[in-house]
Design a protein around this ligand. Sequence first.
Ligand code: ADP
Ligand code: MG
Length: 507
Amino acid sequence: MMNTVSIRFTDKYELKEQIGHGAFAIVKRCVQKATGIEFAVKMIRKHLSGKDPQKIENEGRICRKLQHPNIVKLHDIIQDENFLYLVFELVTGGELFEDIVERKHYSEVEASHCIQQILESLHHCHVNGVIHRDIKPDNLLLGSKAPGAAVKLADFGLAIEVQDQTRAWYGFAGTPGYLSPEMLKKEPYGNAVDIWASGVILYILLVGYPPFYNENQQKLNNQIKAGVYNYPSPEWDTITPEAKNLINKMLTLNPTKRITAEEALKHPWISQRERVASVIHRQDTLNGLKVFNARRKLKGAVLTTMLVTSNFQTKGESGSQVKESIATLKDLDSKENKTKEAISKLSDDLQLNHPVKKTFQNLESETIRKQEVIHVTKLLINDITFGKDQHDFEHYVQLCAPHSTAFEPEAPGNLIQGTEFYKFYFQNKLTSNYKVVNNVILNPHVHLLGEDAACIAYTRLTQFTDQHGQLHIQQSEETRVWQHKDSRWQHVHFHRSDRPPLTMGPK
Ligand code: ADP
Ligand code: MG
């Protein structure tokens, strides 16, 4: 039952919470009214997507052709003036890579099983004349939370249909890091681009970091075009030769010599997994994957923030405004890249054994420390602001260094030392009838100060109700200094300035 005209989405389905998003679409859970069955609906804005209308319809047409246990199944298509609604089976296992890092046991055998399912899905695409063009971890989902749930390939937003197996130039598409050399060289290409990206995935599945990596996109592309990657010690010493052999065949520079999905499925490391693949548990791979995932999520988070902001600002939005905000995003990205370029140059010079790995891990640990600082700041603010029953002086004190200092609006011009001052604050002010409803920190900026200190600056918005139930908004600008000591972050100093509260509502 495919509807393409005149039925309103909301007549048939009830929209629920958001479960995912990408650059151009939002994915929400929904329930079919007639049956109560749950689905996932990908809502694509028709006029603002920056794609031409024909390309928007591409995804639905392609998904309709594909029916395979390892591909997210399309159930229905509906459109109205503003949106195209692609209704998919709801998969509930989350992303494959997020699941793997939670596993107690992980070895080549599990990696082989994952890549087999990815290859099965690609084989089905390729025999049906479809090239996916965006194989990457974000688009690899799991059917359910049950152990052994099927891997499901999603997101045919960049997929194309090809008439025969001759290679051609279908335009530039994909995600940095997973792009094939022929795509980067703007040469004719075909199914083999998906195999290359799967080879990158297989490499990551085995050791937890990518074969090609540089924060500088130009350098990354050059690495890929040269096809230069290696298998550094010690982690690769314990990988079977058969696994390396399959990677070599998938990451073959010449696309006509690269292994096909059908051939790869017959490779001994896949087809005779029980005999060939190693069962040794790879804890270092899981640790590496955690870092790898954290970084992917951070990049995603920046994107969400930007899109939310743009929704906010453009009530009577026009396509050009959204495009503008996407342009700003790219701009920001390139600025960030410039600073990182300096870092990577530095680390390039210092590279001793494996350039890709080193650059990646240095930047990773910075990213993670910044996230930690944001996290402890949020914990601290939670302790201070969350209403009557939830504020927690004991927990707050644990986050602070014993002689921490502060400039507070409550004590204008005086430097406060120690945590005693706050005991009063916790016992009195917070136990009054104020009730915090919502508390957010905006634009947190973390400056890492050497190895064991950091400064965070941000704006805090707190919504609270007073004893009459009236809603107020408090905005303050805060700077906090954290020190990493005795293997934990300790709060050593902060400075806060408040703006006069804003009172909202009819009362
Ligand atoms: P985009 O083209 O914008 O990247 P995707 O199709 O990749 O959109 O969907 C974005 C995210 O939504 C996915 O990464 C995934 O987390 C979630 N998602 C997509 N399809 C489903 C589905 N059928 N069931 C559950 N979650 C889904
Ligand atoms: Mg996607």
